[in-house]
Structures are given as C-alpha cells and as structure tokens.
Design a binder for this molecule. Sequence first.
Ligand code: BGC
Ligand code: BGC
Length: 858
Amino acid sequence: MKTRLPHHHPSLHGLRLKPLVLCATLVLACAPTVGAAPASNASAGQIHPAQWPQPSWPLATDPAVERRIAELMATMTVEEKVGQIVQGDIGSITPEDVRRYRLGSILAGGGSDPGGRYNAAPAEWLALADAFWEASMDTSGGGKAIPIIWGIDAMHGQSNVVGATLFPHNVGLGATRNPELLREIARITAAETRTTGMEWTFAPTVAVPQDDRWGRAYEGYSEDPALVASFAGVFVEGLQGKAGAPDFLDDHHVMTTVKHFLGDGGTTSGKDQGDTIVSEAQLRDIHAAGYVPAIAAGAQSVMASFNSFHGEKMHGHKPLLTDVLKDRMNFGGFVVGDWNGHGQVKGCSNTDCAQTFIAGMDMAMAPDSWKGLYESTVKHVKDGSLPMARLDDAVHRILLAKFRMGLFEKPKPSARALGGKFELLGSPEHRAVARQAVRESLVLLKNQHGILPLAPKQRVLVAGDGADNMTKQTGGWTLTWQGDGTRREDFPNADTIWNGMKAQVEAAGGSAELSVTGAYKSKPDVAVVVFGEDPYAEFQGDLPDLMFKGGRSGDLELINKLKAEGIPVVAVFLSGRPLWMNREINAADAFVAAWLPGSEGGGIADVLLRGPEGNVQHDFHGKLSFSWPRRADQYANNVGQADYNPQFAFGHGLTYKDDGNLAALSEEPGIDPNASRTSTWFDRGAATTGLTLRLTAADGEKMDVVHPNVATSDGSITMTAVNTDVQEGARQFTFKGQGTVELRSNMPLDLTRETNGDVFAIADVRIDELPANAKVDYLAGCGEGCGGELPIGPALARLPHGEWARIGVPLKCLRDAGLDSGKVSIPFAFRGGAGLRISLAKVSIGTDYDQKVDCPSP
Ligand code: BGC
Ligand code: BGC
C-alpha cells in the first residue's frame, strides 16, 4: 500500500489537500544554451544516415562461431532469449534469481556492492562473480549454460574496489595530450578489473561536454571532438587489446562500453539527462567523434544515453541506434541501455518497454526492474509486438561478444588468468603510471615571479581542505556512486597531496606542516593551499553557473589570510571542470589546476618541488582540454566558436620556461553570486538562500523564523540554538504538542533527476529525547494539495541517542507517496509530538547516511 496524504489531513499545515495522483515526470522548459546554435526548424531532429561516417568494423565474421551461435539459439526458449537482453543490478538480483531467470548479464551500479558495503573486500567481489557465473552455468533446472557477463563502472581504474589504482578522471587525462599513456592506463584498468572477476567495463566515456555546468563534465576528456577522438580508439584498444591480435579480449582484457550514445555532452544548459537540441551536423561532428575510432578498434558495446535529441529519448531513437550506429557506422557489438533509461521513453515504464528493443537496444539495463521488464518482454515477444527477428538479432549480438571473449570455454572468474591476483590492485607499477598521469595532467595558469618550482628545503605549510583529503582528490565514481562518505583507510594504496609533499620536503631536509585552516605552529616560508569541489556524480553535480560553491567556500579567505601574513601562496585547485577562479588566481602567487587526480597525490609534489640538487624534477606538461572561463556565466564558450573569448584558451598551460606573470584579472563574475541553486537546504542552523524555516504550532499558528531562539505562543514548539563543532551550528526543537518544522523553498525545486536514482534527503540530526513509539513523519510538499509523507519514527529510533548522525529519506519513496518531484515547494518538513526533542544541523541532498527510512512496502 502506498502512503498517501488523505483528504484534509489535519497536520500538514498550510497545504490544502486533495486526493493525490502519482505525479508524472515533469520536463521543465530549459534556458537557451549560450554559444550553441539551436536548430529551429521542425525537421531539425531528422537524421540522414548517409551523411554519417563509416568506420570499418575490424572483426571478420567467423563461420565456426556463427555455427555455434546458431546451434545454441535454435535450442533457446523465448524466456532464455529474453534473459540475455535484460540486465539486473547486484543490489536487486541474486545468483538464485539468475539460476531461475537465466539472465545473461548483471551490473554493479555506482552504489551497489557485495553485502551492501561500499568498501567490501576484493575477495568478496570475486566470490560474488563466481556465484553469479556458477548460477548462469548451472543446468540442473533445465536451462542452457550461457556464461554471464558482469559490467561495472571501472571509470578511472577499477574504481569501485578498495585498493585499486585510481587514475585522474578524464578531464585530467585530456590535459595530458598523451594517447600512449591512455593506452597504458586502459590496460592496467582492465587487468585490475579482472582480478575481481568482471569482464566488462562501462568505459570509456567519449562525451564531448559543451557546457561546463554539466555534472558529468569531468567524465569527458575534452570539449574538443578531435582530442576526444584521439583518445577513444587507443583507450578501447588498451582495455580490449588490439582487434585481430592474439591477446584480443583475452583474460587480461575487458570488453568496453563507449558511452553515452549520443549527445550526452550537448544538452541545453548542461542539464544531465536533458535534451540535445543541435543540428544533425553538430551531433555528428562534435558528439559522435569518439565513436568513429572506437568502432574501428572493435568496441564490443555502446551505451545508449539518457538524453534526448530534439525531444526524443535516445533509448527509443531508432534512426540513431539502428540506422546510424549499427547500419551506417558498422558497429558490430551490442547496444546496452543506461540505468532504467528505457523507462523514460514515451509510453514506457521501467518494467515495460518493447519500444526500446524495437529502436535497437540489445540489452536493457534494468537494475531494480529486471523481473518486471523480463516478464513484459516475454509477453511482447509471444504476442508479436516485439518481433522475434529483433530479439534474435539482439541475442546474437550479445552471444557473439561472449564467444569473442572465449567465455564458453572459460572456468569461473576466480580461475581465470588474473582472478584473485589482488596484488595487482594498486601495485607499485600501476601506481607509477597513475602518478605519471597526475604529473602530466597538471595545468599551470599563473607563476608570478617564478615562485614555482619550490625549494624543498624550507618550511612549507600545506593548507586547505583538499590537502589531505582522499575523497576530494578522487571525485565521483570512487567506491561510492557520488564518491562521498569514504574514509582515508578505504584507500590503502594511495597518497594524499599532503603525503607527497611531506615525504619530499622532509627527505630534502625541509619541514612540512599540515593545517586545513591555515593556522600554523611555526611561520612557513611558503604555503600550498589545496582546495576545490566536493565529489559528485551525474545530475548531482549540475550547476547553475560556474561560480565555485556560490562563492562561499572560505578558500579565498584562506589564501588572503596567508598573503596578509606575508606568506607566498601556491593554489592547487581540485575540480571536475574549470570554474570561475579569477579572485583566487589574483590572490595567489601561483595557480595550478589539478583536476581530480585520483590516488597518486605524490604526483603534485613531483612537479611543484625542486629535486635535492635544486633541479626541476618534472616540468608542467598539461594543456587545457576545456576552455577556462572569464566569468561565471561563460559556461559554454568552446574552442572553435565565433565568439570564443575565454580567460585561458583551450591548449593553454605554462611551463617552467614560460613567463608566468599575470596581470590582475577582472573580478566581475557576470552573475549574481547569491542566486546560485544549492542542494543544501539548511546549514549551520539556518535555512539556506532561497528557503525559509517555518514552525507550525499545535493551534495552527505559523511562524517564519529569523532568530535562533523562538517558541510558538501555545508553547508546542520551542527552538533554541545549540552547538555542533561550530558555535550555534544547529537548532534544537522541543515539542510539547504536535507541530511541524518546515523548510519552504521560494521557488519550486525540480528534483526529478535526483528522484530517478538512489538519492536521499539527508538530515544531520541528534536525538535528544524520543518517546517510545513516537510518531514522527517526514513531509514534503509540491504546492496546493500536493505532497507525500513517510513515517520516520522507527528510523530515528535506530539512531544512537545524544550523538550526531545522518538519516536518509529516499526521494523515490516520497515520490511514490505522492510527491511531484518536479515542483517541490517544501523539500523537508517533519511533524513531531509531545516529548520529542531533536536537534538539526543540516539538511541536504545526498547518498551518505547512517540510517535510512524504509519505503512503505507497496
Ligand atoms: C550512468 C552510466 C553508468 C550506469 C551504471 C548510469 O546512471 O549514466 O554512466 O554506467 O549508471 O552505473
Ligand atoms: C546507481 C548509479 C546510477 C544511478 C542512476 C545509482 O543508484 O548506483 O550507478 O548511475 O543510480 O541514477
């Protein structure tokens, strides 16, 4: 049963409630893209396959393999065939399910891990791979033995697994301009992936991000299609081996997924999963550039994209998936879907979508919806609405990939060449290549009076919250989907930037001090301030503009403070994209864009510090692969455009031979810094910009709160300021009667994309008093008569009392309870009653919690 708000519910004050209908996904109108030329005529979305490139597919038809596939398929039931084209996620499927439903593939999404532990041991991954493989080969129930394939986002190394080598994210690799290094990185990633049993990665991303506000910009190598293309083919070869060579797709390699087809980097306003409204020529010449060499290298799969092209979702786009990709571009692998992407096609749901297969999808990614999709698809084949020929083609493509990998002759994953060779994870050889990649990815933007390279034999302060911070250094898609919630000990084979600086400074006889806040014990000769973005993935990283944290990070203040104390400052900026940094660049003596370097923080010291002989150890090599903005509203100014006018152009990057002096840059941001949208709704005891904190008393009185200490006149709610690690960093609410604490947004929030994933409203709370079986409810509102509520009393009761902890409320449960996530007016409210005393420090959107609220069972 779904929890719905009944008629005239007495307690969600301020909302007049009507019976609720499950709200449809809302697609909001988008602002026009700056720089891009949106096509305007009605035929703009039309596709002419004959105008597309024709790479040649490098693998010849093998008659012996074709015979085996034909023999196998002749014996397969419709159910078994459908099993091959539906993929489930390990968070929602067990080996038992595979034994019964004969699914051909599983994946581990960014948030899915053995035992539900993000830091599960490598051996647990491998054991699970064996269990799934054994289930797929078990014929005791009568099914055919068809080896399962496991796909995983080995995005920057085998990045879901503890101890793996973590390479810089693609934005950093783009700056290296070194395709042969990329080949090496891919080869190592394949080997490390094989140790834990998977034979397939969802990489490389060959997106060509055109708007740096996009939360996935860092997954792209460059805004320039030619640069992306120069990497795509070699990366595929590094992962799979060279087509035709004896080691192609052997046990040291993995199958690749080139993604996301097509136009993921071209959506309006850089909105993740948005609409790409460009001409067919732009789609082809910019966004498809990487697919040409990737297909020529024999990439075994291509992932369909979440985005639309002129309003039509790619998961249902036959002209592009079939007519262009397969028929024109000679792609001889299979098309895999993205995370319930088929459910976004018009007329489809996550559990029912013949259209996607008809359009050319060969394997739908149905993480938690696989069973329903399997059942409905079997029905569609049996009643002819999904033609048997299309099903057979999809199955044939998938089996062909399995045969090319020799999987029918292979033992279980742990018994293959690299299975269980965990010493390869983060091995010294692998880490050395990652460290080289870090060195080559660093881009120097300013070096006033040649302050760099630094002599190591001096007093060096390493400051800023990125200095000793593995989470910030590794970014999204690292152990967890968002890359958040990890701890230093989850990275046994890694160095922070501080670790690297300290080691080299001390070895040279200097002294190094770490201080996040810049408060030092002895006055340093120089400070290296490391700061930047917190990790994010996908839509959670979308920005309204290129203002760094809305300009309220405290990092500029830190640089200014040190400078005011007479200390020269070298700024090292960690980010997934260029952001507007003119104030920080002006304030610091040197400025280094370090992107998201991964596990090898030591690569920074290699370049910033001189060697013991005073020599330059390694010069800067990195060249911008994304144009650096002049203002925070310059998010789509890309190389080659007519109005191209960035602060630092594509290809820029100083070396030690260059004059690094820079005149003061304009500090005019071009936007209102306070207008920035935030996914934090309450922080340090106060509603954030654009939200209001309201108390509603038992007698109906409504109070919009400004002062830290208040009480409703009937005394039902008293609010007082309490301390966290900061003074008055939270508010405590004491209930003497029933009342509601609400955060109201001045503008409706669109949380549609967040609701599609496993994203939560996260509250940092401390339970001070909780009566037994207290009834506490979470409420969210979407305008008059629209809302959803969930009981949270049991989850609160599971939290430790008297300590700060995080509770997570799944946005999808709120949606199922009636919230229209496209227009959320009250993102957070809770209703409590007499005896409850609870403190609240922060409310935000995220994935990292201590206890989660359970969805009421349907
Ligand atoms: C992402 C893909 C990823 C998949 C599996 C999706 O949400 O868009 O890039 O491969 O999840 O984790
Ligand atoms: C998964 C990701 C996926 C995302 C899609 C998450 O729960 O872990 O892999 O990309 O959902 O929204």
